[in-house]
Design a protein. Structure first.
Length: 265
């Protein structure tokens, strides 16, 4: 443990990538030891990114809110410039408490590597660690098919979610729209005004429908971008704007923890 912490201090991203690769090693003893270490280390990294305060009220933009001041610019963006036809297309500025439900969506398509797996595990640990009396959490892994690893009705520890995420390896195509719709369904269990989705992905879809309309179903969607490629950044930014959220870089451990703190603050 001490040796690995030294490697983390020297190059955290390389150390995490190695740990994720060892967690699926063919040698059973090596795989078991790597997972034991990951279950001790990664939840602590996740807790560092979890919010330290809950219930602080601040001015935010909320989709589907029926009170507050209309945010005309964001409303027109959400409705793609046309006159809004439904209440969920309206965006209002209002004072609100911290999110009451958070759904993390983890891309497990072909772009998923050892380093990306490790970042996904840290993000999962952060979301589960943030769970409390006022905050429900859920985790979805997706490629062409979404897989619910944790619903807001379950009480699984962060170590179990970390182990599930470490078992993932990239394969298949990316159906973003379908995953976003599953997240919207999970988040409907809490009243409007407290629903937040976090998308950890390069935001490039290779299967299914255009994800922008699905992003519009979410009250708040923050995109944690795992790629620095211009087309990926542009796609992630468009999704976040349609979801009344922010595009936040998450290509490295430092970026991920900083972005998680901002998204979950």
């Amino acid at each position: 443990m001490a040796t690995f912490r030294k490697e983390m201090a020297r190059d955290g991203d390389a150390a995490l990538a190695l740990l994720a690769d060892l967690a699926v090693a063919t040698d059973p003893a090596l795989r078991r030891e790597a997972r034991r270490l990951a279950q001790r280390l990664l939840p602590s990294l996740g807790r560092a990114a979890a919010p330290r305060r809950r219930g602080t009220r601040r001015m935010v933009s909320r989709a589907g809110a029926l009170d507050g001041d209309l945010d005309l610019d964001r409303t027109l963006e959400r409705s793609l410039g046309r006159r809004p036809q439904h209440a969920h297309e309206l965006v209002a500025r209002q004072f609100a408490a911290a999110p009451r439900s958070v759904c993390l969506l983890v891309d497990r398509s072909g772009s998923m590597s050892g380093h990306a797996v490790a970042l996904a595990a840290v993000a999962g640990a952060a979301v589960v660690s943030a769970r409390g009396e006022r905050l429900r959490c859920s985790v979805i892994a997706f490629s062409s098919e979404p897989l619910v690893l944790l619903s807001d009705l379950q009480a699984r520890p962060a170590t179990a979610v970390v182990d599930d995420l470490l078992s993932l390896r990239g394969h298949g195509t990316t159906d973003l729209a379908r995953a976003l719709r599953v997240a919207a369904d999970l988040l409907e269990r809490v009243p409007p005004g407290g629903r937040t989705a976090l998308l950890l992905s390069d935001a490039l879809h290779t299967k299914g429908q255009d994800p922008l309309p699905a992003a519009g179903l979410l009250e708040c969607l923050h995109v944690l971008g795992t790629s620095t490629a211009p087309d990926a950044v542009a796609a992630g930014t468009a999704l976040a704007r349609r979801g009344v959220g922010r595009y936040l870089p998450a290509a490295t451990l430092a970026q991920l923890t900083d972005s998680l703190e901002r998204a979950l603050a």
